[in-house]
Design a protein around this ligand. Structure first.
Ligand code: NCD
Length: 361
């Protein structure tokens, strides 16, 4: 991934034939796009986590917050969310506000000219006429990549940030998950060497698919995938883990794994992807964690969930210090601010401010 390739110099057919790792090299150019988990290296993840914490600290004081708002005050972002979203939409919007970036949004394709028969490509080109960045969520897997490729073939290529595409990728969620794990394990050596257990609908949970790969960037991690057979993690992800030399275990036995887990990543059943007539799932997960299980866990185990949850985590553990899913949600705002600032290449300014003023933690 050392040489940056240009999306404007490759045909769509040739681009689609690339592996995920090969595609990553096409997203690091000018402007950089954030489209898939596989474009992130360990160095980049460390850089973003450090910057997120610095932004958070600078923001604590009013002078710092005012300073942050100058960093991208000359930019505008388009939030295009063609799928339901609360946290991802709000945290991106809040991240933009922290950096002084104005936002506009379309949250329902029915309110855009797509209902008049406009192609999605023309709609996106319209957005790029008014905005300097597109943050988008779309039900069609790969559509964000198509948007980036398409913009690279216009005279206004602006960065595209994938805020969830199909059942496949959710790279910014994986970033906030990594950041949450890093912070949770701050005093016990970071993510390296840890056991991370994924539970629930792993076949169609795009957050798991993105995060599992990102964790290959850490040393000696072991990943456990706990799900009923029909909802197990895809072979494509296991192939990527094999290629990266990351250890993993595929199982249906949650109880025996609980005591060795350093992190448990619960997910809901993704039944919006059910195909009519196939009767693949019910609305609730076979797997659950509640007060009765907490004695099985280590004192340092972190329980994560991308949210929204259904019944897979009881509300009665919400105030246990090991339940980090609310903090995880707030972390999303800081790491997305770090990502957006880096996308515009202005991270050095925030780093300099931090070094000059050393805000307290
Ligand atoms: C996730 C998503 O949209 O994939 N939500 C989120 O972004 N926090 C997970 C989910 O919907 O289950």
């Amino acid at each position: 991934m050392s040489t940056n390739m240009s999306l404007s110099e490759i045909s769509w057919a040739d681009f689609q034939a690339l592996s995920l790792l090969e595609k990553g090299a096409y997203f690091q150019g000018t402007p950089p796009h954030t489209l898939i988990a596989q474009q992130f290296t360990r160095a980049k993840l460390d850089e973003l986590c450090t910057l997120a914490t610095r932004i958070k600290r600078i923001n604590k004081r009013r002078e710092g917050a005012n300073y942050l708002k100058t960093l991208l005050s000359d930019k505008r972002a388009m939030l295009y969310f063609a799928q339901p979203s609360s946290r991802t939409y709000l945290s991106h919007n809040a991240a933009c506000q922290i950096l002084g970036l104005d936002t506009m949004d379309v949250r329902d394709s029915k309110t855009s000219s797509e209902v008049k028969g406009e192609s999605p490509e023309d709609t996106i080109r319209t957005f790029s006429s008014y905005a300097d960045m597109i943050i988008m969520r779309h039900p069609v897997g790969g559509f964000a990549e198509r948007v980036a490729w398409m913009l690279a073939h216009t005279n206004r290529e602006i960065p595209v940030l994938n805020a969830g595409s199909g059942a496949d990728q959710h790279p910014t969620q994986a970033l906030l998950d990594v950041y949450t794990l890093e912070r949770s394990f701050e005093k016990i050596g970071g993510i390296d060497g840890k056991s991370v257990v994924f539970v629930g609908d792993l076949a169609r949970g795009r957050t798991v698919r993105s995060l599992a790969w990102m964790l290959t960037q850490y040393k000696d991690v072991t990943l456990y995938f706990v799900a009923p057979e029909s909802l197990q993690i895809g072979q494509d992800i296991l192939d990527l883990l094999d290629a990266a030399g990351t250890n993993y275990v595929v199982t249906q036995d949650f109880t025996s794994i609980m005591p060795i887990a350093d992190a448990i990543y619960m997910t809901r059943i993704q039944d919006e992807w059910d195909v009519a007539g196939q009767g693949r799932t019910t609305g609730s997960s076979d797997y659950h964690i509640g007060a009765e299980d907490m004695h099985l866990l280590k004192d340092t185990t972190a329980i994560l969930h991308p949210l929204p949850r259904r019944e897979e985590i009881s509300t009665d553990i919400d105030n246990d210090p090991r339940a980090v899913y609310w903090r995880q949600m707030r972390n999303g705002m800081w790491i997305r601010a770090a990502l957006i600032l880096t996308t515009f290449g202005r991270q050095d300014e925030a780093n300099k401010y931090y070094d000059d003023y050393k805000p307290a933690s």
